[in-house]
Design a binder for this molecule. Structure first.
Ligand code: FAD
Length: 442
């Protein structure tokens, strides 16, 4: 018999519940990826992620071949393309991972309509703990992280699967070539499971505890793009980190819990991808004007904000703390609608992820799950705390590279203004009043 493993955000051979189930169900397995024009139409196939995805697909095929398998690529909306292949091959079953977005729900419905009983949807590919597996009494999801994390930490874990020993994919199945894509950012990491596993093996978890908030140290794992595309299994990372033990591993696993937290919110409230999760009657300015353009270009005149935005443009990635500061600056200092910022992040982030991006933006904007929605991050206080020596700013803002120490965070105080660097968009002297007036200062 033959089973199709329709792969989506699980582009790996290690610990892949979909591949595992297809392998257990049939003696021939066809790993399938569908290049879906609906994803491109929704703006999700941004060049940085398209380039990373191309690496992932090439890498997955290379990992399947020694097992006797092969990746089949097709085009089209996923459901009809999969149903066509199932008919062509007379497949007995089709296996796919459960998703959390409205798009994934619709895709699953369309697959169900086309394939009926032959469709098998598997939990556990995306997150450490399945969305909805832990819930507060009488509710369908957790809206606050701390109690979620407590319940999450005690939730049973599934077994981590080894890669299948052998996969037989029949010869002669027509397949599209891997599409080529030119990234927008010049310094993207290489995509794919093997690159992700290499990074994970080399990553020193013990450094995480002390350095994860230090912008210049760049001490976080940078595994987010590999997690987004499922080149790595979050469940496997959590199990490895648990075995490793120590404060660094614990702090790292807590971030995986944040990822799961946002996924379970989105699974329960798919609307929260584009609408306030908690409507507090905010009236953000809807204009996408020169101030937003300056923010996007990393020319706000606030060095830490600009450093973050330039790192994003260059690497398609930004440190978490810089994401918080730059997002807060747009949403709370410039009072712009968080969706303007979320859209820009999604255009560039190689880890750009509906659950993590939209819900982190809502968290910052105060329309999400932050229990202190009035919190505003002061970009200057944050700079002194997260980049005390100014090294992160000097790395990303060449106009300021000659300014030593933390003076780099306040170029307007220098006797000689740095050439080519803009004046601050908001009067720094009035910043505190503005923040206090807006929401209360943090
Ligand atoms: P590490 O610190 O090494 O953490 C390990 C993993 O935990 C990460 O790879 C990530 O999968 C997860 N993680 C860490 N922090 C968070 C968090 N706050 N929320 C959810 N998961 C987390 N993350 C994305 O993966 N995609 C996004 O589109 C995204 N957009 C964001 C937008 C804003 C405004 C903010 C404030 C945060 C966003 N994040 C997003 C969360 C976080 O910034 C990134 O996951 C993190 O910076 C990735 O770097 P890392 O892999 O080195 O993280």
């Amino acid at each position: 018999s033959l089973a199709i493993a329709l792969l989506t955000q699980d582009l790996r051979v290690h610990d892949n519940p979909v591949l595992h189930a297809a392998h257990a169900a049939a003696d021939q397995v066809v790993p399938l990826f569908v290049l879906d024009p609906d994803i491109a139409a929704a703006g999700f196939a941004a060049p940085n992620r398209a380039a990373f995805l191309a690496d992932c697909l090439t890498d997955l095929d290379a990992s399947l071949r020694p097992l006797g398998g092969r990746l089949v690529l097709r085009r089209g909306p996923a459901a009809p393309a999969t149903a066509r292949l199932a008919a062509e091959l007379d497949a007995a079953s089709v296996h796919v991972a459960a998703g959390v977005s409205a798009f994934a729900h619709r895709r699953e419905q369309a697959l169900r309509a086309a394939l009926g009983e032959r469709l098998h949807v598997h939990d556990g590919s995306l997150t450490v703990v399945v969305p909805g597996a832990v819930t507060p009494a009488g509710k369908d999801h957790y809206a606050v992280f701390t109690p979620y994390h407590r319940a999450w930490s005690q939730a049973p874990r599934r077994t981590v699967h080894r890669p299948p020993k052998a996969l037989r994919t029949p010869e002669g199945i027509a397949s599209e070539p891997v599409p080529t894509a030119r990234p927008e950012s010049p310094a993207l990491p290489p995509g794919g499971e093997r690159a992700g596993r290499r990074r994970w093996r080399r990553y020193d978890l013990d450094r995480y505890a002390g350095l994860h908030d230090d912008l210049a140290a760049d001490g976080t794992s940078r595994l987010s793009p590999y997690l987004h595309f499922g080149c790595l299994s979050a469940a496997e990372l959590a199990a490895d980190a648990h075995r490793h033990g120590g404060d660094g591993a614990e702090a790292f696993v807590r971030q995986l819990a944040w990822r799961d937290f946002h996924h379970q919110v989105l699974a329960a409230r798919p609307r929260a991808a584009h609408h306030a999760y908690r409507d507090r009657g905010d009236h953000w300015l809807p204009e996408d004007d020169e101030e937003c353009a300056a923010w996007r270009a990393g020319r706000t005149g606030f060095p830490l904000v600009d450093a973050g935005m330039r790192q994003l443009a260059h690497e398609g990635w930004m440190h978490n703390r810089a994401r918080l500061v730059t997002a807060s600056f747009l949403a709370k200092t410039l009072y712009r609608d968080w969706r303007i910022g979320a859209r820009h992040f999604l255009r560039l982030l190689v880890d750009g992820d509906l659950a993590n991006n939209q819900l982190n933006w809502q968290w910052v904007a105060g329309t999400g799950t932050d229990t202190r929605p009035n919190r505003v991050l002061n970009p200057l206080a944050q700079a002194d705390r997260l980049d005390p020596d100014g090294a992160y700013v000097r790395r990303w803002v060449p106009e300021l590279a000659h300014i030593p120490g933390r003076a780099v965070h306040r170029p307007w105080l220098l006797a000689e203004r740095p050439a080519g660097y803009p004046d601050p968009l908001v009067d720094p002297a009035a910043l505190s009043d503005r923040l206090r007036g807006a929401r209360g200062l943090d």
